[in-house]
Every structure is written in C-alpha cells, then in structure tokens.
Design a protein around this ligand. Structure first.
Ligand code: AMP
Ligand code: ZN
Length: 434
C-alpha cells in the first residue's frame, strides 16, 4: 500500500526534525546561488542560525517576479555542468520562469511521482498512457519518469489527437491515464462519437487529473464516463511540477509531501499564517532540490489545510482542491469570483456538455458577463430555442453561486474553442478600458 512506508507514515515529530535538517542543508546549498548569497547574507541567515522550523519565517518570500528578475541563472546553486534538465512554467501570466535540475533532482522528483502513483494503486503490471504535454511543461516528462521508476509500461502519447488516443487505449489495454481535466471532459464526447463505451470497451481503471483547477463535479463526470477512479494531482514548475500534493485512495484532500516541501499557508494580504481549515495562499520551500533551491515560494494558489489526520495512515498534511490563483480571481460588478465556481455550477446540470467560456465586457459603464455553455450532445435536438427552461435554471443557479446574474448563452455541442493544454476559461475584454 505504501511506496515508502517509513516516510509516508512518519510521526509528525520525526517529520519536523527531518524537515529542519533538510532546511539547514537547503540553506547551505542556496548560499551558492547569486540571489540567495546576497539575500541570506543581508538577513544574517546561515544554516546554523536556523534552529527551529519557526526560524524559516526570518527568510523573505520568493515570488514569481523575483524569479523573473533573476532569469535565467540567479537562483542556480550548482555549476552549470551539474544541470541536466531545464523546465519552464506555462507562462500564462507574463514571462515564463525557468527551473534547473541536477540528476539527483530528477530522481527525487520521479520518486515522488512513483509514490503518488503507487499510493493510488498503480503497479508494474499497469499500462500508463500519459496524455500531458511533453516539453518545457512539467506535466508530461515529470510523470513519465515517475511511472518508469515505478516500472509501469509508459505510452508517451502526449496530448491531442483524440482518435489516436482511443486507438492506443484499445490496442495496448491502457489501465491508467494522466490527462488535463478540461480535455478529459472533451474526450467524453469523443468516445460517444467513436461509438465507444470506455467501461465496456477499454481497460481503464485510474485517471490522474491535474495542471488546472477543476471541481468535484468534473471528477465525478470523468469517473462515470471513463469507468475509472480519478485522482487530483497538484504541482507547479517552481516546485518541480506534479508530485507536490496528491490525493490518496480516500479522495478527500491532497497529501503534500512534507519530506520534500515545507508547506505554509498565509493570508495573501497580511502575509501572516492562517489557521488550519482556513483558506490562504500556499507557500512552499524545497527541501531536497540541489540545482535550484527555492525558499518560501508564494504560489498564488488558494487552498486550506485539513485540520484532521487522514484515515489512510499517511501523516503528511492534506490540502483542499485549489480554488484558483490569486490572479485568477474575477471582479465583476464589484463581486469577487473564481472560474471554478462557474464550472462547478454548470457541470451540476446533466444537460450541460463539456465546455464553457466566460466573456467579460464593459458596456454602458457597467461590467457585463456572458457565459457560453455547450449543451450535451445527448440532449441536443438541433434546436437550442427549446431549451429555454434549461437556460433559466442555469442562470438562477449561477446567480446563487456567484451573486450576480450573467447572460447565459446555450451553444451547440463542440462549438467552443478547445486547447490541448490548460483550458482558457475567461476572455476579459474589459482590459482595453484600463
Ligand atoms: P505550471 O508551473 O505552469 O505547471 O503551473 C502550475 C499551476 O497550475 C499551479 O500553480 C496551479 O495554479 C495550477 N495547477 C496545477 N495543478 C493543479 C490542480 N490539481 N488543481 C488546480 N490547479 C492546479
Ligand atoms: Zn490519505
């Protein structure tokens, strides 16, 4: 049941001792990076002045902006000869940041992924189809190495080309997939178009959904349509990528691997820690990385820590689903909301298909929100006008979730733009108004 029995079930006191030791080691390593050499010296921080985990708070936060300023080598803590791989964040919010790994970093990262996969029941006998992007993005190669370390057969299919994906699943009896949630929803329709019922015609049993915010409703839909157990997988390239936090078989929160990362949850305004159970911004410190240690990285991702231990026996704390990033928050007519709230509401209607788009405009000195919603192909009779009641019901339910009334437009199945990578859920035309 455990990939690494000792580490996964370590008691909290021993875990904290281990974290302190690794933190001191990390600071020693960080002192070799140009950025940290100056910063730590200025703050008077050396490994031996870090006497408890509380001392971590003496170290200033790292942010995406600092990583950008230090692009490309300011955080590099080893000579360039030691570096064997570079990755980059998807760069949806400005210039990308780059991360460098040594051979040992790659092995450590792969072993975290192997741990996640093993935890959810994957074994050597499994066939793993990795439908995530390969390349600078960490989702594809990150999982690839983890699955190989575990010993599964890896099919590096990458994203897109849905017909070929289905062919591979069929011919090689794929049992486990790794897929972007918005693409998984899209595949549900593709199965229907191909006349395939995955539950009967395929051998799938596990799906990993990650890389973008998604709701419990999305998970349940994917589970029902694919005939799998679906697990939430969270990570960010600054902390390697996937393998930072992962759901266990309880499917109730994601364990953050605290032997590899220190997790803090802070109020993004006051920067003070929040209590367990309260939502805040996740802040991570790498504990094992050699090539590019990062201390107290503000992820901008919002979630809360579960206050109670997990029945699975793992002692590493769990976080809730990610609500969104602080910079994903939409302010419409003065009301704050996250796209995932809209996703959750829409997918609670079985009549709703697999894609939607939020469009924000500025009209007559006022914000205007349009939500375009694909209806499900099973429901669609060729005439959207007959679906007046559905449109009304969706509008009502959205209003009670987001507290404003959007204009809901039902559109035909498969008519909204799709992406192979992370979904684009929002088009904000208000930006031109400054
Ligand atoms: P990147 O570094 O480009 O791979 O992007 C990492 C970001 O993707 C994270 O900071 C999150 O905002 C988002 N992300 C990754 N996995 C998940 C997940 N399981 N749920 C929600 N958001 C996620
Ligand atoms: Zn658990």
């Amino acid at each position: 049941m455990f990939w690494d029995n000792y580490t996964e079930t370590i008691d909290r006191i021993s875990l904290q001792k281990l974290q302190l030791k690794l933190l001191q080691k990390t600071i020693e390593r960080a002192q070799h990076a140009p950025y940290y050499r100056a910063l730590l010296q200025q703050e008077g921080i050396t490994p031996d002045t870090i006497r408890s985990l509380d001392d971590l708070r003496r170290i200033p936060f790292a942010t995406k902006d600092i990583l950008r300023e230090q692009y490309p080598y300011g955080f590099l803590a080893v000579s360039r000869d030691e570096i064997v791989r570079m990755h980059s964040s998807s760069g949806t919010t400005g210039r990308a940041t780059v991360i460098f790994h040594t051979i040992s970093d790659i092995k450590e990262w792969a072993s975290l992924i192997a741990r996640c996969m093993y935890m959810t029941g994957v074994r050597k006998s499994d066939v793993f189809q990795n439908m995530m992007g390969y390349g600078l993005f960490t989702g594809g190669i990150g999982f690839h190495y983890g699955a190989e370390q575990l010993g599964a057969l890896v099919i590096p299919s990458g994203p897109g080309n849905t017909k070929r994906q289905i062919m591979l699943m069929r011919e090689f009896e794929t049992t486990v997939i790794h897929i972007i949630p918005s693409y998984a929803l899209h595949m549900i329709k593709a199965f229907a178009d191909e006349g395939i019922d995955p539950k009967k015609d395929l051998k799938l049993r596990i799906a990993y959904l990650g890389a973008e915010p998604h709701s419990e409703e999305t998970r349940r839909r994917v589970e029902a349509a694919f005939g799998v157990r679906a697990y939430n997988s969270y990570g960010l390239s600054e902390m390697n990528g996937p393998g930072v936090a992962f759901e266990c078989p309880e499917q109730n929160g994601m364990h953050v691997w605290e032997d590899s990362y220190i997790l803090e949850v802070i109020n993004p305004k006051t920067l003070e820690p929040v209590k367990d159970g309260e939502e805040g911004e996740l802040v991570f410190t790498t504990l094992k990385r050699e090539g590019m240690p990062i201390l107290r990285y503000r992820s901008r991702d919002l979630a809360a820590v579960y206050p109670d231990p997990c029945p699975c026996g793992r002692t590493h704390r769990r976080i809730t689903r990610i609500k969104g990033r602080t910079d994903d928050m939409l302010i419409v007519k003065g009301v704050n909301m996250y796209p995932v709230q809209i996703e959750k509401t829409l997918l609670s209607f079985p009549e709703v298909g697999t894609n939607f788009l939020i469009i924000l405009d500025h009209k007559d000195y006022n914000d205007h929100m349009t939500v375009k919603v694909e209806v499900s192909s099973a429901m669609f009779t060729g005439d959207l006008k007959t679906l007046h009641n559905l449109k009304k019901a969706i509008t009502e339910r959205l209003r009670s979730e987001i507290l404003i009334t959007p204009e809901v437009q039902l559109v035909e199945p498969d008519s909204l733009p799709k992406t192979e990578g992370k979904a684009v859920r929002v088009i904000d035309n208000r930006k031109q108004w400054g």
